[in-house]
Design a protein around this ligand. Structure first.
Ligand code: SAM
Length: 281
C-alpha cells in the first residue's frame, strides 16, 4: 500500500462523504475531519452527523449563496496555517455542489489543495448501469422547466457517449417522458435510485419502457436518483455551419436564423449573427 505525503499545515482538504450508507465514510475521511480546525459544510447540521458522538470541530456554512463572501475569510485562515476540510451534504464536493470558488481561490493563493476521495452518486450509478463507460458525459441536473429541459435534451441528442443525469426522484416521470420524446424510445437507460440506502434500485430498460415503469410505480418517484442514458449510436455527421447558415438565411429572418444556427451548431450567438449576416442580401 502506498502512503500519501505528510499533510502540510494550511491545507484545504476536499473530503467525499457517504451518499446514504454512513459506513462508506473512509478511515482517511474520519481522520481528516478530526484533524482539521474548520469544516466548511453546505449544511452544518447535516454534516454534524459525520461526527456521531465525537466532538465536531468548528463548522462554517458554505453554500451557493454565500460562497463568494465566505471564500476570502477561509483562504485567509488557510494562509495562517489552519487546515480546512470542505464537505457537501453527500458525496463529492463540487460535483453539482458548492466549492469551486473556494478551490480556485485556494489555488490563486498558492495554498495546497488535497483530496480525500470517496462516494459520488454519478460514478456509483455509472459503475452499476451496464452501459458503455469508457467515455461519458456528466450533465448533472436538467432545467426544471419542461421547455428548457427539452431544448437541452435536443442539444445532447447527438452525443455518442453515455450521459449521466441527476434528478430528484419526484421529477423522474416528467424527465424520463421528455427523454423518451426527445431521444427516442430505444436507447438503453438505467435508473439508479437511493444508492447504498434501504430502497436501493438499479433498473435498466429501453427509454420508453423505463419511462412507463417509473410512471406506473409511485415508489420509484421517491428519494434521490441518477439516470444513465446510452449515447446516440448513430450520430449525424457534423453540420457545416456555413452550409446551414446559407439555408437558414434564405428561409428565416436574420434573428431567428442566428438563433437556430447557434442552437444547432453550438457556436455562440455573436458568431452566428456574423455568419448569417454574410449571407444576407
Ligand atoms: N456531490 C454529490 C455527489 O457526489 O454525488 C451530488 C450532489 S447533488 C446536489 C444531489 C443529487 O445526487 C441528487 O439529486 C441525486 O440525483 C444524486 N444522488 C445523491 N445521493 C444519491 C443516492 N444515494 N442515490 C442516487 N442518487 C443520488
Amino acid at each position: 500500500m502506498s502512503v500519501s505525503p505528510e499533510p502540510t499545515p494550511g491545507t484545504l482538504w476536499i473530503v467525499a462523504t457517504p451518499i446514504g450508507n454512513l459506513d462508506d465514510l473512509s478511515p482517511r475521511a474520519v481522520e481528516t475531519l478530526e484533524r482539521v480546525s474548520v469544516v466548511a459544510a453546505e449544511d452544518t447540521r447535516t454534516s454534524r452527523r459525520l461526527f456521531a458522538d465525537r466532538p465536531a470541530p468548528e463548522m462554517v456554512s458554505l453554500h451557493e449563496h454565500n460562497e463568494a463572501a465566505t471564500c476570502a475569510s477561509l483562504v485567509e485562515r488557510l494562509e495562517h496555517g489552519h487546515d480546512i476540510a470542505l464537505v457537501s451534504d453527500a458525496g463529492t464536493p463540487l460535483v453539482s455542489d458548492p466549492g469551486y470558488r473556494l478551490v480556485a481561490a485556494a489555488h490563486d493563493a498558492e495554498v495546497p489543495v488535497r483530496t480525500v476521495p470517496g462516494p459520488c452518486a454519478a460514478i456509483a450509478a455509472l459503475s452499476v448501469a451496464g452501459l458503455p463507460s469508457d467515455r461519458f458525459w456528466f450533465e448533472g441536473f436538467l432545467p426544471p422547466r419542461a421547455s428548457q429541459r427539452r431544448t437541452r435534451l435536443e442539444e445532447l441528442s447527438g452525443l455518442p457517449v453515455t450521459m449521466i443525469f441527476y434528478a430528484p426522484a419526484r421529477d423522474l416521470p416528467a424527465v424520463t417522458a421528455d427523454m423518451h420524446t426527445v431521444l427516442g424510445p430505444n436507447r438503453p437507460a438505467t435508473l439508479a435510485r437511493e444508492l447504498t440506502k434501504l430502497h436501493e434500485t438499479v433498473h435498466r430498460a429501453r427509454l420508453e419502457d423505463l419511462a412507463e415503469w417509473i410512471a406506473a410505480d409511485p415508489d420509484q418517484q421517491r428519494g434521490e436518483a441518477v439516470l444513465v442514458v446510452a449515447g446516440n449510436p448513430d450520430p449525424s455527421p457534423a453540420i457545416n455551419p456555413q452550409a446551414l447558415a446559407r439555408e437558414l438565411a434564405r428561409e428565416l429572418p436574420p434573428s431567428r436564423a442566428a438563433k437556430v444556427l447557434a442552437r444547432l451548431t453550438g457556436i455562440n450567438r455573436k458568431d452566428a449573427w456574423r455568419i448569417i449576416d454574410e449571407f444576407g442580401d
